[in-house]
Design a protein around this ligand. Structure first.
Ligand SMILES: Cc1cc2nc3c(=O)[nH]c(=O)nc-3n(C[C@H](O)[C@H](O)[C@H](O)COP(=O)(O)OP(=O)(O)OC[C@H]3O[C@@H](n4cnc5c(N)ncnc54)[C@H](O)[C@@H]3O)c2cc1C
Ligand SMILES: *[C@@H]1O[C@H](CO)[C@@H](O)[C@H](O)[C@H]1NC(C)=O
Ligand SMILES: *[C@@H]1O[C@H](CO)[C@@H](O)[C@H](O)[C@H]1NC(C)=O
Ligand SMILES: *[C@@H]1O[C@H](CO)[C@@H](O)[C@H](O)[C@H]1NC(C)=O
Length: 522
């Protein structure tokens, strides 16, 4: 016998290829060390860092893949103003939703919007005109009917909460309240306006109890007002402004354009590997990536996240909400109407909403109209080109305004949230069948790896304030642990989790009551 071949030796690990050696070296390299690694510089990440900073903990590093602070508070330049400069338009969050109540509850985002003098205008849901394929067509009575049924459904949801009864879908909840739109396309449009436009997910895929309760939390706890932001610095000027209060110019603690590839966690710390080969070793980490990012294997967790955690991540869902911006050579649509709702005769949710940015108080003279699509239609639009989308929209607009010749837009642009690796969707939504305990598992830390972000707020998921509250909570908790110099008991300050979740009707009980268990056995 001759001696084993080189390739066999290589396979057995005695010889290493150049690339494997490089991996080893990277792994052995000394990582930059810090107390807290904050993954993501959106509202949750920046607020968590501010909490630490407020608690006199300055040893943290914020890691962000984009080249800006703000995450899904994201804007871009679009079109041309009369002086030749482009306008700033919001690709992501656009409204402050819920301002402040008479009793003194202030939405933290509203507080920051005022502090940083963010330009915003009352969004008037009554400034609405309805259309269908024949042109202007008044179906406000159907919208009023939806609102009435909604009130009934809201009371039902309250009863479910108060008596801890089994949850259902929003579709079922509305139907029990008497809302049955069936094939009436005006009713379908009314429903889209009343539900999808806010939640980005159809009622059938929305959990009744918690989706009704997030509406209550946003619009009753603070106020029923929402204000549209048109600040030309961008909406995220408020979170950049906050970051600038505790970060210096070119602060080495903010790593932009840095993509997290792998997170190794354990009971004594967290090691974060970046795409460019660098690594950061931290006592604690707070991951603020969206549920979409966590669901799509962008980041590798080592060890694999436990089953109770993965189940929560996979069940929560990301909606898609796509704003399509168009500039025209003139404002040919009703200038002072804020919302134009279109009922397509065939397809629910087909280019159902157009908003005028030219209205007084917004961006007058901008000649910008933007459409919104959600869910299936958002996926569709994000798959096709701007040109294809423009052709479809032109047909709809021409049907809505049969008396004029609608001009082609001079510019059209939209983001593709469902495909964007930074978020994989726009914002989260509570699905049917998700219990409060399972949602808590989304929040709960795994060893020294913590989680924050909009989806983790049971009260305000989907909203900027959800991201703010969760960022603050996790930052405060970790600050408490770090500042106690080891004086906290093991597990103190950590989040509750539920490793085993049961169905809510025990089978034994069912068998006893029904005396029938042939097919349910085994
Ligand atoms: C189209 C749209 C419309 C919306 N409208 C509103 C609205 O009107 N009002 C409202 O209140 N809310 C709205 N929202 C929701 C709001 O924007 C979010 O709730 C909030 O911005 C989420 O903040 P966050 O910090 O939890 O997450 P993010 O903002 O997503 O922050 C997470 C950060 O992590 C970064 N990241 C992700 N993966 C990696 C990686 N591998 N490595 C490094 N960094 C990474 C991301 O780039 C991002 O900056 C909207 C969102 C969208 C998309
Ligand atoms: C940090 O402290 C400032 C000043 O007291 C406060 O306004 C801000 O809300 C605090 N931030 C957090 C996240 O707690
Ligand atoms: C909202 O719009 C309606 C309809 O145009 C109008 O009657 C009402 O005064 C507006 N409300 C506010 C506060 O501007
Ligand atoms: C805008 O374009 C349309 C169609 O091309 C044209 O009829 C109209 O006069 C233009 N309006 C202005 C203000 O130039």
């Amino acid at each position: 016998m001759i001696c084993p071949s080189i390739s066999l030796l290589a396979a057995s690990g005695l010889f290493l290829g150049a690339s494997q050696a490089a991996v080893l070296r990277k792994d052995d390299q000394t990582c930059r060390k810090t107390k807290v690694a904050i993954l993501g510089a959106g509202v949750a990440g920046i607020t968590a860092a501010q909490s630490l900073s407020n608690a006199s903990i300055s040893d943290f590093i914020i890691i962000e893949r984009n080249d800006y602070v703000g995450g899904r508070m994201r804007n871009t330049k679009f079109g041309k103003s009369p002086d030749g400069k482009p306008y700033t338009v919001e690709l992501g969050a656009n409204w402050v939703e819920g301002l402040q109540s008479k009793s003194g509850n202030v939405n933290p985002i509203w507080r920051l919007a005022q502090k940083h003098k963010i330009k915003n205008t009352y969004s008037n849901g009554s400034s609405l005109v309805t259309y269908d394929e024949t042109g202007k067509y008044d179906f406000m009575d159907i919208i009023d009917d939806f609102d009435k049924k909604w009130e009934t459904a809201m009371e039902d949801a309250d009863a479910i909460k108060d008596e801890n009864l089994q949850d259902t879908s929003v579709r079922a909840g509305l139907s029990i309240a008497g809302w049955k739109p069936k094939k009436d396309m005006h009713a379908q449009a009314a429903e889209w306006w009343g539900w999808d436009f806010e939640m980005a997910v159809v009622p059938d895929q929305s959990g009744f109890l918690y989706d009704m309760s997030v509406n209550k939390a946003v619009f009753e706890h603070f106020s029923e007002d929402t204000n549209l932001v048109t600040d030309q610095r961008g909406f995220n000027a408020l979170i950049i402004g906050e970051a600038n209060e505790f970060l210096k110019k070119n602060d080495p603690r903010l790593l932009l354009k840095s993509i997290v590839k792998e997170i190794k966690y354990g009971p004594s710390g967290v090691k974060v590997h970046l795409k460019d080969g660098d690594c950061i070793e931290a006592e604690y980490a707070i991951c603020t990536f969206s549920v979409g990012v966590l669901q799509n294997d962008v980041v590798k967790f080592k060890p694999t996240l436990p089953r109770w955690k993965r189940e929560a991540i996979e069940q929560f869902q990301m909606g898609t909400y796509t704003k399509i911006f168009m500039q025209f050579n003139e404002t040919w649509w009703p200038r002072e109407t804020q919302f134009m709702l279109y009922a397509d005769p065939i397809e629910r949710g087909y280019y159902p909403m157009f908003q005028s940015l030219s209205a007084t108080g917004f961006v007058p003279e901008s000649n910008i109209l933007f459409g919104t699509v959600t869910g299936t239609q958002a996926y569709q639009v994000e798959k096709q080109t701007e040109k294809e989308t423009q052709a479809e929209i032109m047909e709809v607009l021409q049907a809505m305004f049969p008396k004029i010749t609608v001009p082609e837009p001079t510019a059209i642009m939209y983001p593709r949230w469902s495909q964007d690796e930074m978020a994989f969707g726009s914002f989260s939504n509570w699905p049917p069948g998700m219990t409060l305990e399972k949602h808590q598992n989304l929040r709960a830390n795994v060893d020294r790896l913590w989680f924050a972000g909009e989806a983790n707020s049971a009260e305000f998921f989907g909203y900027l304030q959800g991201a703010w509250f969760e960022g603050k909570d996790m930052g405060d908790r970790i600050a408490h642990i770090l500042n106690s110099d080891g004086a906290v008991a093991d597990g103190e300050g950590e989040l509750m989790r539920y490793e085993v979740l049961h169905g809510d009707t025990f089978k034994d009980e069912y068998d006893e009551d029904n005396g029938w268990s042939i097919t349910l056995d085994d």
